[in-house]
Design a protein around this ligand. Structure first.
Ligand SMILES: *[C@@H]1O[C@H](CO)[C@@H](O)[C@H](O)[C@H]1NC(C)=O
Ligand SMILES: *[C@@H]1O[C@H](CO)[C@@H](O)[C@H](O)[C@H]1NC(C)=O
Ligand SMILES: *[C@@H]1O[C@H](CO)[C@@H](O)[C@H](O)[C@H]1NC(C)=O
Length: 389
């Protein structure tokens, strides 16, 4: 049962480091605004030397914000927006600013509905009671007041910049920093926060951790257990119980994680993450089928056992592949700090390396067993004994 102990350690590590939030000196803290205007919160955005400052007023449901893009010129436009459908361009409710040919800094709103937007002024899906922009010292600053619905308080943000020629906004480049300029944003500010949305972020994180640990780590581990430990005759039938223990705890935790996802989905009408949701539902069905497969397993010598094996293996491997795909879909939606995705990739590489080594070792054992066993009936190698999955 060492494997279960190891899982527990891993799980606690993940949870602990999720709760420990990093603190680092931010540039935005030292930025100032005309008339000594102050904002409660600010954040250094990760690309395009951009900064976001904001205050959330719970009383009237408005976000007062300033987006600052430094190191730009008067012949470039700057834009910032939030996108409830994810950290991408299409769907973004954007604020755009540029200096027109009369030298006046203009700001307008535009709802981006295609990959080749015309960037014409349009209304947003929420009200913008106030909007302006200033350009000075090579810094473009957009000031806005957004009356955003509660389900958009924790959402995705994107920002962008590009050239202006003859008062026309030209497309931005599509490489380097211009592709990294997106992330998540939570406008809720500490004490003044409404509990519901704060708990929503926490629930999204819990959903992510539960599903990553169960579907993304425990399930592959359980498959590795079944495939490789059963080579050892002395590990029979221990490998079988280990496999069942691993997969059923993964299934229980996974269903809990799945339920949090369904609840999150039903609590946020208007926000649909279709592929993620669809794959999640397929995974739940496949996982449940595997539980039934265990209960309906024919005897080892039964003539249908071969078909059962094929069925159990193909569903099992599909679950693992789909789980990994869906976890990366989830990373895109949740948009946690990059390190989480890197940690998960590290775990996958580790599991992959372990599986490769064990695969090689298994072949070695099987071939050697064949050589030393003269009796042909004793030659069924790795699957010769035990309950044989
Ligand atoms: C919202 O309320 C805050 C104070 O709570 C006030 O300063 C702000 O002007 C209000 N905004 C709007 C758009 O009514
Ligand atoms: C620049 O913007 C100002 C204020 O919106 C407007 O009055 C002026 O006509 C604009 N100039 C051009 C060339 O569009
Ligand atoms: C905003 O500022 C408040 C007060 O300093 C703090 O408690 C809260 O965690 C901040 N929120 C964010 C999202 O940075």
């Amino acid at each position: 049962m060492e494997i279960k102990a190891w899982n527990l350690v891993l799980f606690s590590c993940l949870l602990l480091s999720l709760l420990a939030s990093p603190s680092s000196a931010q540039t935005c803290v030292s930025q100032t605004f005309p008339d000594n205007k102050q904002y409660v919160n600010c954040t250094d955005l990760r690309a395009l030397s951009s900064y976001l400052h904001w205050t959330y007023h719970q009383s009237n449901g408005t976000v007062e914000m300033a987006f600052r893009h430094t190191g730009t010129t008067s012949s470039r436009w700057s834009a910032w927006g939030i996108n409830p459908s994810g950290p991408s361009m299409v769907g973004t409710q954007a604020l755009v600013a540029f200096v027109n040919s009369s030298g006046v800094t203009q700001a307008f709103t535009t709802s981006i509905d295609s990959l080749f937007p015309t960037l014409q002024p349009t209304d947003l899906s929420f009200q913008v009671p106030s909007l302006s922009a200033t350009f000075e010292n090579d810094e473009m600053t957009i000031f806005g007041v957004l009356r955003i619905p509660e389900n958009m308080l924790s959402t995705s943000q994107v920002w962008q910049e590009g050239p202006v020629s003859n008062d026309q906004l030209q497309p931005h480049t599509t490489d380097g920093a211009n592709l990294q300029s997106r992330g998540s944003i939570n406008f809720l500010t500490g004490q003044s926060a409404g509990a519901s949305s704060g708990s929503r972020t926490r629930r999204r994180n819990v959903h992510g951790v539960l599903n990553t640990v169960s579907w993304g780590i425990l399930m592959p581990l359980g498959a590795i257990t079944a495939r490789y430990i059963k080579v050892f005759k002395s590990a029979d039938p221990a490998w079988f119980y280990l496999h069942v223990a691993c997969q059923s705890s993964a299934y229980v935790v996974g269903v809990a994680g799945w339920a949090t996802g369904i609840k999150l989905g039903s609590d946020s009408p208007g926000i649909t993450h279709n592929p993620h949701r669809t794959i999640g539902i397929i995974l739940f069905c496949f996982g449940t089928l595997q539980v039934f497969a265990l209960l309906l397993r024919p005897n080892k010598n039964h003539k249908y056992r071969l078909y059962w094996n094929i069925y159990h293996h193909s569903i099992g491997y599909s679950v693992i592949i789909l789980s990994i795909v869906n976890i990366f879909e989830g990373f895109d939606i949740l948009n946690p700090e990059d390190k989480w995705e890197r940690i998960y990739i590290g775990i996958l590489i580790f599991l992959g390396a372990v599986a490769t080594l064990l695969e090689a070792f298994t072949w070695y054992v099987v071939i050697r067993r064949k050589r030393t066993n003269k009796h042909p009936l004793a030659m069924n190698g790795a699957n010769g004994h035990g309950q044989g999955v």
